[in-house]
Design a protein around this ligand. Structure first.
Ligand code: GLA
Length: 381
C-alpha cells in the first residue's frame, strides 16, 4: 500500500516512474529498555510498518525530496547546506551530513517519501526514515551497504544534527531486522543474534493514546543519572557493574541513582535470560521477564505513567497473555504484549474495552509479525 502510494506520488510529481524504492521498518522493543546507551543488551524486532522512499538519481549535486504526508518539499545542494529550523528536513540533511562525515562522496537524487510507522508512539518512526534515506543515498552514490555502519551514521545524524541523544538500538534493528526473528543486540560491540519468536504466539502492540511533552529532557536526565553511577564506580558504563557491586554501595549512593542503576543492571540480565527463553521457545518464561521489566521501569527507572500501568495491568490479567510491558523511551506511547496466537482477537477486544472503561481513552492496536530490515527495489519495466 505504502509502496504504491510513493510510486504514484512520484509519477505525479516527476512525470515518470521512479528508478529505486527504498524502505525501512519501525520497531518494537520486546525487552531491554534504556540499556543501549549503557553499553548493555536489547531485544527488539522490526515491524511491518515502515518508511518508503521512491527516487531517481540526478545529474547534479542537489537533493530534492517531498514529504508526502506533510506536502512539504526540501531542495538542497550536497556541497553547501546547513542546519535548518527542525522537523523532518533535518533528518534528510542530517543523514547526508553524517554519511559525508563517514567519508562518503554523495550524489544527488530526487524523490518522495511516506510512511505508516505511527509518529510519537515509541515505535521509531525517525530511525525508519533515517535508514530509508541512507539506503537512497547509498543506491545513487554506489556505496557499500553495511547495516551496522549505516545505523551508526544514522545515529550520528540523530545525535549530532537533529539533536536527540538516542542510543543505537532503533537504527540497528531498523537496518538489520529479519523476518520472523527478533534481534538481540550487544550495544557494546554491536554484535547481533537473531532469535525466533516462540511458536503459537503473537506480539501485540497496544498504543495507550498518551504522549508526554518534555520526553527528551526526561530521557537525557536518565542518561546523566546512569553516567553519574558509572562515574561513581569509575567504569565506562553501567554494563560493567554487577548487582553485587551495586549492593555494596547501596548505603553510599543517592537512592534515586541506586534505583536507576538497579533497573539497568537487572534489565540487562533479563535480556540475557530472555534470549535463553526465546531459544527454548518458552513463552511463559519470556512473559514473566516482560512483566518484571515493566515493574522495574515503573518503580526503579520511573518512566511509566498511570495510563500505561493500567494498560499493562489489563493486558497482563488476560489469560491469553504471557506477559506485557511498556516499550520504548517511556512516559506514554505503546505497551508490548506476548499473546497466545489463537486468542489474539479476543485479547485485543477485551483490552481495548477495559482500557476505555478505566481511562476513558481509545487505545489503538498494532499487530505485526517480525519484519525484515532496510531494503530496496530497482524498478524495471
Ligand atoms: C529510545 C531511544 C533508544 C533507547 C530507548 C529506550 O527509543 O531512541 O535508543 O534508548 O529509547 O530503551
Amino acid at each position: 500500500m505504502m509502496k504504491k502510494k510513493v510510486i504514484q506520488a512520484f509519477q505525479k510529481e516527476f512525470g515518470s516512474d521512479p528508478v529505486f524504492i527504498t524502505h525501512s521498518p519501525g520497531r518494537v522493543n520486546i525487552i531491554g529498555e534504556h540499556t543501549d546507551y549503557n553499553d548493555g543488551f536489547v531485544l527488539p524486532m522490526a515491524i511491518n510498518y515502515a518508511t518508503w522512499v521512491a527516487l531517481r538519481p540526478r545529474q547534479d549535486n542537489r537533493v530534492v525530496v517531498t514529504a508526502l504526508d506533510k506536502n512539504e518539499k526540501l531542495d538542497f545542494d550536497l556541497e553547501n547546506f546547513s542546519k535548518g529550523t527542525g522537523g523532518w528536513k533535518e533528518y534528510v540533511t542530517g543523514v547526508a551530513w553524517a554519511l559525508q562525515e563517514a567519508g562518503h562522496k554523495l550524489k544527488g537524487w530526487e524523490g518522495v517519501f511516506a510512511g505508516d510507522v505511527p509518529i510519537g508512539a515509541g515505535l521509531s518512526s525517525s530511525a525508519a526514515l533515517e535508514l530509508a534515506l541512507a539506503r537512497a543515498f547509498a543506491l545513487v552514490s554506489d556505496l557499500d551497504w553495511d547495516p551496522v555502519q549505516m545505523a551508526l551514521s544514522c545515529q550520528k545524524a540523530e545525535n549530532q544534527w537533529v539533536g536527540i541523544n538516542s542510543g543505537i538500538m532503533d537504527q540497528i534493528i531498523s537496518a538489520s531486522g529479519k523476518e520472523n526473528f527478533a534481534l538481540m543486540i550487544d550495544c557494546r560491540n554491536l554484535k547481533t543474534i537473531h532469535v525466533p519468536l516462540p511458536k503459537n504466539t503473537r506480539i501485540v502492540i497496544l498504543d495507550t493514546a498518551t504522549r508526554r511533552d518534555l520526553v527528551d529532557s526526561a530521557y537525557n536526565e536518565r542518561r546523566s543519572q546512569c553516567d553519574a553511577v558509572s562515574c561513581h564506580f569509575d567504569v565506562k558504563a553501567l554494563r560493567d557493574i554487577t548487582q553485587g557491586q551495586l549492593e555494596k554501595r547501596a548505603g553510599i549512593l543517592d537512592l534515586t541513582l541506586y534505583r536507576r542503576a538497579q533497573h539497568v543492571i537487572s534489565e540487562n540480565q533479563r535480556v540475557l535470560d530472555a534470549v535463553k527463553a526465546f531459544k527454548k521457545g518458552d513463552a511463559s518464561a519470556l512473559g514473566l521477564l516482560m512483566n518484571e521489566s515493566h515493574a522495574s521501569m515503573r518503580d526503579d527507572f520511573e518512566i511509566s505513567r498511570e495510563e500505561m500501568d493500567q494498560m499493562v495491568g489489563i493486558a497482563q490479567s488476560q489469560s491469553s497473555c504471557y506477559g506485557a510491558r511498556m516499550t520504548g523511551g517511556g512516559f506514554g506511547g505503546c505497551a508490548v504484549a506476548l499473546v497466545a496466537e489463537d486468542q489474539v482477537e479476543k485479547f485485543q477486544e477485551q483490552v481495548v474495552r477495559e482500557y476505555k472503561e478505566i481511562t476513558g481513552l481509545k487505545a489503538k492496536v498494532y499487530l505485526s509479525l517480525a519484519a525484515g530490515g532496510t531494503g530496496f527495489e530497482v524498478l524495471t519495466k
